[in-house]
Design a protein around this ligand. Structure first.
Ligand SMILES: C[S@@+](CC[C@H](N)C(=O)[O-])C[C@H]1O[C@@H](n2cnc3c(N)ncnc32)[C@H](O)[C@@H]1O
Length: 395
């Protein structure tokens, strides 16, 4: 692998890519070693078919431009100027950024262009100390398999004067088909998005595809930011599930249904039940199932994953395989207990936090489950984060 180590003029101040100066092959080695170290006694025990040497890491061929989602805060500059970029590490001072090597190169210019158009239209940036001004943040998503994009303009109020003009001017200069949404956030907190959104231009959603399934993505939908590595992650999850026609898969913590729908598409005759607690994501999942002709085989439920699986009437549905992809805090003991009691033969655990995954695997191994494989996927090159996929079967 002949990787050139990239440099970034704002690396020291931005702090987003903390491993930028580390050559990529060494980053991969470090991430793999960190995961193997964390799981070493389990991998060396009779509860694992995988030995430490079997743990592979899936890195990127070209680890740049991988983030298909970018955001900027805005703040007032001198003479009506609008500052945009990244917060300097540990502060709310904005460091301007012309181009970010981790982002799809189309993202940052759209955000910066938006600031320039807003200055021209005399729209004021939000001053967080005074709680005054209109433009708070912007978030842009770009398609990987499509030429579509979605720009979310976060405002401190319902009425955005010149909103349509702003949207049209930014969309016209954008190198893809850009829909623009206004999101209203009047809370004085660090959360970027508020509860309500309305389209300013176009449909207010965009589409992207993973493993042959097309997903509609709204301004508040959870959708992985590195689609190339997401395909690798989902492929590992589907392979680890070893699904057969006629089987039923529970996709727990399913977001907009991406893993379950990709599994249903990959294996004919498999039925999927997805469970997710965010209502909007469940609505997206149902729409995505229908739009991909998978509505007859995929059902999505809005519920807490633990409450759903612990309820014996759902457990009687007879899941053959459970895939779970919980947030960083991991699953709950009650969820894992219900999984164990459900009679499913296989569990695939996708994790963005190997520490909580290790805790949860210890629980399952204590109930007699066997770790078949553990793989690391590098979703965020130049950072210390690692995602992992563990496949387990009942002994
Ligand atoms: C890491 S994301 C994974 C989503 C999806 N599998 C994907 O790859 O896009 C975790 C998801 O779990 C959902 N979630 C968090 N806690 C939950 C709970 N207690 N019950 C059900 N869903 C939950 C979140 O809303 C989020 O969509």
């Amino acid at each position: 692998m002949g990787f050139a180590t990239p440099t970034c003029p704002i690396a020291k101040r931005c702090g987003g890519c903390e491993w930028l100066a580390v050559p990529y092959p060494i980053q991969l080695r470090r991430k793999r070693e960190a995961v193997v170290g964390l799981f070493s006694d389990l991998l060396d025990s009779g509860a694992s078919e995988a030995a430490p040497g079997d743990v592979a890491i899936v890195g990127m061929e070209a680890p740049r431009g991988y983030r298909h989602k970018a955001a900027t805060p805005f703040s007032p500059g001198k003479g009506g100027m609008i500052r945009s970029g990244f917060y300097e590490r540990g502060t709310h001072r904005i460091v301007p950024c012309a181009a970010c090597l981790a982002e799809d190169p189309r993202c940052r210019p759209i955000l910066n262009d938006m600031a320039r158009v807003a200055e021209r239209l005399k729209i004021r940036a939000y001053d967080e100390d005074k709680g005054r001004g209109m433009l708070r943040h912007a978030v842009v998503r770009t398609g990987w398999r499509t030429e579509e994009g979605l720009l979310t303009v976060v405002t401190n109020g319902n009425t955005l004067a010149h909103g349509r003009e702003l949207a049209e001017a930014v969309a016209e200069a954008a190198p893809l088909r850009l829909s623009v949404v206004q999101n209203i956030n009047q809370r004085r907190t660090n959360a970027i998005l508020g509860p309500t959104s309305k389209p300013l231009l176009g449909p207010g959603v965009m589409h992207d595809s993973l493993l042959g399934v097309t997903f509609e993505i709204g301004p508040t939908s959870f959708y992985q930011t590195n689609p190339e590595q997401t395909e690798a992650l989902y492929r590992l999850a589907i392979d680890g599930a070893r699904l057969e026609p006629g089987q039923t898969l529970l996709d727990a913590y399913c977001g907009i249904g991406t893993i379950g729908l990709c599994a249903a598409k990959a294996v004919d005759g498999v039925s999927v039940v997805g469970v997710e607690r965010v209502e909007g994501a469940v609505a997206d999942a149902r729409r995505n199932a229908r739009a991909n002709g998978l509505g007859g085989r995929a059902r999505f439920v809005c519920a807490d994953a633990t409450a759903y699986l612990a309820d014996s009437k759902h457990n009687r549905t007879g899941f053959d395989v459970v895939v779970l992809d919980p947030p960083r805090a991991g699953a709950t003991e009650a969820f894992l207990s219900a999984c164990d009691a459900s009679g499913c033969g296989r569990i695939v655990y996708v994790s963005c936090n190997p520490v909580t995954q290790r805790r949860d695997l210890d629980f399952l191994v204590g109930r007699g489950w066997l770790l078949e494989s553990l793989t690391v996927v590098d979703m965020f090159p130049h950072t210390k984060h690692a995602e992992t996929v563990a496949a387990l079967r009942r002994r």
